[in-house]
Design a binder for this molecule. Structure first.
Ligand SMILES: [Fe+2]
Length: 410
């Protein structure tokens, strides 16, 4: 890898160290073993809605090779208007089929996908990654989802994606019609491209059925919980995906990738049982990615075949978090205790295992970091006891700060 460059790049009229600027973690995905059970967990329990299903089974040369692996579909799911904020793929099917990409042993994170501000940033960013010695997995534009992207790997083999232009799903829940998938690209696009508005106009002109896309509603229909004024099938609403906590083999190499290659900033480091953990942010949230040494996996008692320490999801309020904890108890979820040193900046959180035994982190508020990069002093963070959460919290200046959900709760 080439050492730090002094070149500056004009990103929308601002000179930056890289030809792109990550704005947010837009989506991520998991490769599942117990596909049907995980699908039920992420749709029924967590409330993700399926935007589109891709039939990866159809890509197998011999059906018997993937028989017994369960549902071979790839599920694109959303919590808001982004076509997908979470994806669930069949681990064994993907590993059998994938010629273009290699999943390193233990990698269950399908992708870590970063939103940048423009198609130019995706294309120039991909060129810059290649010039830095990064192996480019693929570039182009995927359908379904319509996002332009370039994919490459972190040092542990986790696929990272820079993307722009996620398809937006509206009130009717419809994704784009299949006929519009003709605007998919399997290579780096020439710049500039026509806007989506023109794609939709020409699709209508040629007679496409614009409302023929997939539209799946909430997997649960009984709306029995009053969530701050709206009746929902569960007592909470996911408003954001992330952070992602990873186990890595070389903490310094991984930290260098996420800082130098992606431009994330280190917010804080903690030490737990003699092991250093690094917390990095993409925007104003305290952390978007957590890097912990793989040696911690056994100490924590987490599944021994996954480099994903935890997959994080934010709910809309403290009350929702408290009620979500009761909801998961009532549905028989398995809870795990993770030390607070592994989530500084998140005061209140609980962790449950998905049907694959993958730890899932649920929280409601993340400390926000301003222009000076300072985290909240430890003395000003509450001393939280997992078994004694107060009924209500005192206000903090950054509570309910950061990214907001656009649109209705359900
Ligand atoms: Fe993606």
């Amino acid at each position: 890898m080439i050492e730090s460059t002094t070149a500056t790049y004009d990103v929308g009229g601002v000179l930056l160290e890289r030809p792109f600027k990550i704005r947010r973690l837009g989506h991520y995905g998991l490769n599942a073993m117990r596909m049907e059970e995980c699908l039920r967990f992420y749709t029924e329990d967590l409330g993700f809605r399926i935007s589109d299903r891709l039939d990866f089974g159809a890509r197998a040369e011999r059906k018997e090779d993937i028989a017994g692996f369960g549902d071979a579909g790839g599920y694109f799911m959303r919590h808001g208007s982004d076509h997908h904020s979470f994806v669930l793929f069949n681990k064994r099917v993907r590993e059998h089929l994938d010629k273009l990409r290699r999943f390193a042993p233990g990698v269950t994170m399908n992708q870590i996908s970063w939103q940048v501000g423009s198609l130019e940033e995706v294309v120039r960013g991909g060129e810059w990654q290649a010039s830095q010695g990064m192996e480019i997995q693929r570039s182009g534009r995927d359908m379904p989802g319509s996002n332009w992207h370039t994919y490459f790997y972190d040092p542990d083999g986790h696929t990272n994606e820079l993307y722009y232009g996620m398809e937006q799903i509206g009130w009717d829940g419809k994704s784009k019609p299949f006929s519009m998938h003709d605007r998919g690209f399997h290579q780096k696009p020439q710049l500039p491209q026509i806007p989506e508005d023109e794609e939709v106009r020409s699709s209508a002109q040629r007679g496409d059925d614009l409302v023929s896309g997939s539209a799946l509603r909430d997997a649960l229909s009984g709306a029995e919980y009053d969530v701050e004024g709206i009746m929902l099938p569960r007592p909470f609403k996911i408003i954001k995906c992330g952070p992602i906590s990873l186990f890595v083999r070389d903490l310094d190499a991984a930290t260098r990738f996420y800082t130098h290659q992606l431009g994330l900033r280190v917010s804080e480091e903690t030490v737990w049982r003699g092991h250093r953990c690094v917390f990095l942010r993409a925007n104003t949230e305290h952390h978007t990615i957590v890097l912990c040494p793989i040696e911690l996996r056994e100490t924590l008692g987490l599944r021994d075949d996954s480099s994903t320490l935890a997959a994080g999801f934010q709910v809309g309020s403290y009350r929702q978090l408290r009620e979500a904890r009761e909801f998961f108890k009532s549905r028989g979820a398995k809870f795990v205790e993770l030390p607070s040193e592994l989530h500084p900046g998140i005061d209140y959180a609980f962790h449950v295992l998905d049907p694959d035994g993958q730890a899932v982190q649920i929280y409601f508020s993340m400390e926000q970091i301003g222009w000076d990069g300072q985290t909240r002093p430890a003395a000003q963070r509450p001393d939280v006891r997992a078994d004694a959460w107060p009924a209500a919290l005192a206000e903090q200046p950054d509570v309910y700060g950061g990214e907001s959900l656009l649109g209705p709760l359900g």
